[in-house]
Each structure stands twice: as C-alpha cells, then as structure tokens.
Design a protein around this ligand. Structure first.
Ligand SMILES: Cc1cc2nc3c(=O)[nH]c(=O)nc-3n(C[C@H](O)[C@H](O)[C@H](O)COP(=O)(O)OP(=O)(O)OC[C@H]3O[C@@H](n4cnc5c(N)ncnc54)[C@H](O)[C@@H]3O)c2cc1C
Length: 417
C-alpha cells in the first residue's frame, strides 16, 4: 500500500461521489487533498464563486480530520513540489476534456510518479461511447440513445475520515467581489433537495418559459463540480426531460474530447462568412440593441452572471444569424461573464446556434420577435430586465419600433423584425 497519494482537485470541488478521493482513501495510508490556484484562471466573474467552493471543501475535509492544501502557480510544478514534500508516490485526479486539462494530464504522465485519472466530471466518460463509424458522436439524438442504454458507474459515498500527513495548508486567495451566488457543496445540496422536492415536476412543461424561471439554476455548481452530475441524474430520474439536458452536457464533453479546437475553430469549417461591426457588437454586449428580448437576456447576464437557456439561444442566434457577427465574439463574452461558463458547453452551444457545430439544421434562424411572443408572451421577463420598458403595454413591448412614437429612454433598434 502506498504511504501517501495526492488527490488533485480541479473542477470537482466536492467530497460526495468523488471517485478519485474515494479510491485514494482506499489505496493509501494518507491522502493529500490539493488545489492549485492557476493565476491565469478563472476570469473575474467566476473567481468569487471558486473561492467560496474552496472554503467549503476545506471545511468538509477538516471535519474529516484532513485539510485542503492550497498552492498558487503552475499546477504540475506545484503538485510535484507537494509530492516531494510529502513523499507522495501517486497523484489521482478527475479526468477532464478541455485542451488545457489534457495538456496538464500528459505533463503529469511524464513525471516520475504514478498519475491516474478517474471519472466524475461527466456521467458517462467522454471517450466511452463510440458510434459505428467515427471516433465520437456528431449528432445528439443517437448519442442520447447510446448514453441512455450505457451502464452508469455506482455512486460513491463521501469518505468518513481522511488521514493526512503533516503539510502546510496554504491560504485560499481573497477576492474583491462577492459572487452572484454562494458557492460550495453544502449550498448545492440544500438547493438540490429543494429542487427535487418542489420544482423538478414542473420542469418538462415550464423549462422554456422565460419569466417562470423553472430551470434548476444548478449549472454553476455543475461547472465547479460541487455536485456530481451522476448523482444529479440518478436522483432526478423522474423527469426524463431534465436528465436529457444533463446528457447534452456529456454530449459536448465528448465533442470537445474529440475536437479540442472547439473554442477557436469551426467544427464544420467553411460554412459561414462573418461580418465585423464593433458598434453592433458593443450594443449586443451591453444589452442596448433596441430589440427587447435580446436586451433582456444580455442584461440578465450582466446582472446575474447567468442567463436562461432560451434567452441564450435567442441572443446567440441574433448575433450570429441575424447580425451575421462572428460566434467567437459572443462566446468569449459569455465565457467571461457566465458563472457556469465552461469550454465544452459554452463553445459547443455557440457553434450549434451559429450553424458551424452539431446542429443538423445549421441554417435555422430564431426570429427574436417570434421567440419573444412565444416564450415571454406577457413580457414579464423583458420588463424585469429592461426597466425602461416597464410601463410599455404588451402590444408594443416586443416590437417597440412599431409604437406610434419612440419610447422615451429606450435605445433605437439596430435591427427591425
Ligand atoms: C449560446 C449558449 C451558451 C451556453 N453556455 C453554457 C455554458 O458555458 N455552461 C453551461 O453549463 N451551459 C451553457 N449553455 C447551456 C444552457 O443554457 C445552460 O446549461 C443552462 O441554461 C443552465 O441553467 P440551468 O442549470 O437552470 O439548466 P437546467 O435546464 O436546469 O439544466 C440542468 C443542467 O443540464 C445541463 N444543460 C442544460 N442545457 C444544456 C445545453 N444546451 N448544453 C449543455 N448542457 C446543458 C447544464 O449542466 C444544466 O445545469 C449554453 C447554451 C447556449 C445556447
């Protein structure tokens, strides 16, 4: 039995259903739970949330007799330094799909300690399901079929105790801004219970209703791994529609695993020419396009660091299909502001909407006025996020350019439906 194993945390900031931690506690006499703060990430929108997750994880580990060791710098170099300090002979981590994570994994594989990855970031590991031809699924429906039939690994419990060698714990960095949401595993477990008990049943009928806000809002917690997606899927089995959304997350993970250039290169190249229009890009970013449903979505993003999925689709389609502006402009802005921003889901969804990705109908355009009339019929979502329109009657709200006179205080439209 090895004396000491390091468990390197990354975006799996929990102790429940954490296969790498669970296995390390079985395999070694002592375990060093480690997080290395990479100064390059995350962008400002997510830093506060990450810090709260780290405090929460540290508390859980302290309750179990250990601690969270925190270092700052290059992840591989710092981990190897802790390995040398503690005499660790192996490093366990949850396997990840982003190019940055995979570069890190290959660097570890060249080091003179055992490096092993475990599942935990997705429900089904990304390279496990293969279509009859090709190395990954390019279309969601056949992936969903295979995914639904795949056997899921058993959930693993949080360890009751974690024995740790003597090592300097290090400080969790401070942050200037409080996050939009409280981070951490304890917080998500509370939210999860409420969600399963009271809201899951309304999901299938209500998840596209912008004002009703019937989705789980668990995405930031999934992004940082405060909850295991497998546990979430297992416990929400009563709603097939909800579990299907979690499958989208696994779908984009396997696309990213096979196509690491997803954040920069068109998945299906050569389909589109993009315009550049700095003024229109800025208007879109600021929620000042004069198209109410687009402005409502973009302002929700600024105010909450989150946006309803239907609004994400509308604003992304508006940018790429209506204004014909480059999807990278939109995706980078989302990546910077979203609490749940992550490479696979963000860039995968953007390419889907832009028609360069996995959509089987790449030319579909979501008309923002028709979408608004369907998914925000009474205009409650628009009024909530665009106060200049709070008193505008619903008949004019979705197309203010049709009003007999301009609406005082609201910006002139850069597009008219
Ligand atoms: C342009 C665009 C960009 C997006 N960027 C991100 C992103 O950076 N990070 C992110 O987590 N999601 C992203 N999504 C997907 C989706 O909008 C969010 O996951 C969802 O709105 C989060 O809210 P929720 O937790 O209430 O979702 P729920 O409806 O409650 O769904 C539960 C979970 O399923 C997963 N999920 C749902 N829809 C999708 C989807 N289309 N693709 C992948 N996973 C999904 C998420 O993990 C979500 O938390 C994006 C969608 C679009 C159209």
């Amino acid at each position: 039995m090895p004396e000491v194993i390091i468990v390197l945390f990354n975006r799996d900031l929990r102790i429940t259903d954490h296969p790498a931690l669970h296995q390390a506690c079985q395999d070694a006499r002592q375990v060093v739970p480690l997080f290395v703060v990479d100064p390059a990430i995350p962008p400002r929108g997510r830093a506060g949330f990450l810090v709260e997750c780290l405090h929460d994880l540290r508390e859980s580990l302290r309750e179990r007799g250990a601690d969270l060791v925190v270092r700052r710098g290059d992840v591989v170099e710092e981990t190897m330094r802790v390995a040398a300090e503690t005499g660790a002979t192996a490093i366990y981590a949850s396997g990840d799909v982003t190019p940055r994570a995979r570069r890190r994994e290959s660097r570890f594989a060249r080091e003179a300690v055992g490096f092993q990855t475990f599942p935990g970031i997705t429900i089904v590991p990304p390279a496990r399901l293969k279509p009859a031809t090709g190395d990954h699924y390019k279309v969601f429906t056949p992936f969903y079929r295979a995914w639904s039939e795949a056997r899921w690994r058993p959930l693993v419990a949080a360890p009751e105790t974690v024995s740790m060698p003597e090592v300097r714990p290090g400080d969790i960095p401070g942050v200037r801004h409080r996050p939009h949401l409280p981070g951490g595993e304890r917080e998500v477990r509370r939210r999860l219970d409420l969600w399963l008990r009271h809201r899951l049943r309304d999901y299938a009928a209500g998840h596209d209703d912008l004002a009703g806000d019937h989705t789980s809002r668990l995405s930031p917690y999934l992004r940082f791994g405060c909850v295991s997606p497998l546990e979430l899927a297992t416990r929400s089995g009563a709603s097939e529609e909800f579990v299907r959304q979690l499958c989208w997350r696994d779908f984009y993970a396997q696309v990213t695993f096979a196509f690491p250039g997803i954040a920069r290169d068109d998945y299906r190249p050569g389909r589109r020419d993009w315009h550049h229009d700095k003024e229109a890009e800025d208007a879109w970013r600021e929620g000042m396009t004069g198209v109410p449903i687009v402005d409502a979505g973009m302002r929700q993003l600024i105010a909450e660091g989150w946006m309803h999925n239907r609004a994400r689709m509308i604003v992304a389609s508006f940018l790429t299909k209506t204004l014909r502006l480059d999807w990278r402009v939109g995706a980078d802005h989302f990546e910077e502001l979203l609490l749940d921003g992550d490479v696979a889901n963000n860039y995968g969804n953007w390419q889907w909407v832009a028609g360069t990705g996995n959509d089987t109908r790449p030319n579909r355009v979501l008309n923002p006025v028709r979408q608004a009339k369907k998914f925000d019929r009474d205009g409650e979502y628009i009024r909530r996020h665009v106060p200049e329109l709070a008193n505008v009657p619903t008949t004019m709200l979705h197309e203010p350019w049709r009003a007999p006179s301009p609406i005082l205080g609201y910006t002139a439209p850069i597009w008219r439906g």
